[in-house]
Ligand binder design. Structure first.
Ligand code: PBG
Length: 335
């Protein structure tokens, strides 16, 4: 007995025709990654002309504000639109309430000033969560074992104004407290910063992929318990849409999903639902997995990097926060 021919099975339709040549593949390509899609997260340490390697993130370093300005110059030369800064605060300055976030000249604000002075044309996005500043590594104020919402929100709003005064273009609250977007919007407006934008970490998951970041900002030994009482349960997606809807109503200009690759479905749902500028944060664990496998010769690191970034675009991202930004930009820049 002979089966049907392939043309009988497909009715003559053959998907491989369009995949035959490089030029046909380029013609039918639906998504592309460009330098304009990249936001580069940078880790900060106090001092001058100093950098430190981060063991859990091969190729990523922490740098002093003067060197952060140099990195910003490099990024701008490659056409990267924006950088995002994350401070590793001196342990002596960390306390229960994260009070150093309210020091106008704290590390993150000092870095913003240095970067803006050196490279005014690059966008500076600052995170306004408390975790780099607290002695317990939580994103909010801890009282009797509870992360208190409203008091934290008031402090974040005040900190956002200081970050805007230092020159931040976009405030990106990553703390997941309720009501923070509206409170930050009000505070910015009252202080005369109605042009400063808010990129909401709208759907930030209680994820295991943040591990290397905690080494980067020195919270790995501080953090007691976990962040499940304020980040979203990885099992949930309707809840993510609802949370994002509140942020949109409260005045967010852009939405972010974090982590990235394990949450492509969330990127897709948010983009479909709100049509807002939508970003993903390819977090430290995602970066380090690719780097570590590449270092072991287990996969082609460049290829996996570019594929992961393209996948985020395909899912609906307008841009991606990624530790690969500089490397990817260099590749994209090659003729
Ligand atoms: C917390 C914060 C986190 C990251 C950035 N800000 C998560 C956390 O420590 O719980 C993670 C970034 C990364 O993993 O690359 N406000």
């Amino acid at each position: 007995m002979t089966g049907r021919t392939v043309d009988e099975i497909t009715g003559g339709r053959r998907m491989r025709r369009n995949r035959r040549f490089d030029w046909t593949r380029r013609l039918v390509r639906e998504n592309t990654l460009s330098v304009d899609d990249l936001i580069w997260p940078i880790f900060l340490i106090p001092g001058e002309n100093r950098s430190e390697d981060i063991k859990a993130m091969p190729g990523v370093e922490r740098v002093t504000p003067d060197l952060a300005a140099k990195k910003a110059e490099q990024a701008a030369e490659l056409g990267i639109p924006a950088i995002a800064t994350f401070p590793n605060i001196d342990i002596a300055l960390r306390d229960d309430t994260g009070s150093n976030v309210l020091a106008p000249d704290n590390l993150i604000n000092e870095a913003t000033r240095a970067i803006k002075k050196a490279v005014p044309e690059i966008g500076v996005i600052t995170d306004v969560a408390l975790d780099p500043f607290t002695s317990h590594g939580h994103d909010g104020i801890l009282r009797d074992g509870v992360i208190v919402n409203d008091e934290t929100v008031a402090q974040l709003a005040a900190a956002a104004v200081l970050q805007a005064e230092a020159g931040a273009d976009i405030i990106a609250p990553s703390d997941m407290m309720d009501g923070r977007i509206g409170a930050i919007r009000d505070a910015l407006n009252e202080a005369g910063f109605s042009d400063v934008g808010i990129m909401s970490y709208a759907t930030k998951y209680a994820s295991g992929f943040y591990g290397p970041y905690r080494e980067a900002i020195g919270t790995q030994d501080l953090l007691k318990g976990d962040k499940r009482s304020y980040y979203i349960d990885p099992a949930n997606s309707d809840e993510a849409v609802r949370d994002a809807a509140l942020d949109v109503e409260e005045g967010a200009d852009m939405l972010m999903v974090k982590p990235g690759l394990p949450y492509l479905d969330i990127v897709w749902r948010l983009k479909e639902t709100f049509g807002m500028p939508t970003f993903a944060y390819q977090v430290s664990g995602e970066y380090s997995m690719i780097k570590a496998a590449a270092q072991n010769g287990w996969l082609d690191g460049e290829r996996a990097m570019m594929e992961s970034l393209l996948a985020l675009k395909r899912a609906g991202c307008d841009g991606i926060l990624t530790y690969f930004a500089l490397e990817a930009a260099k590749l994209l820049r090659q003729p």
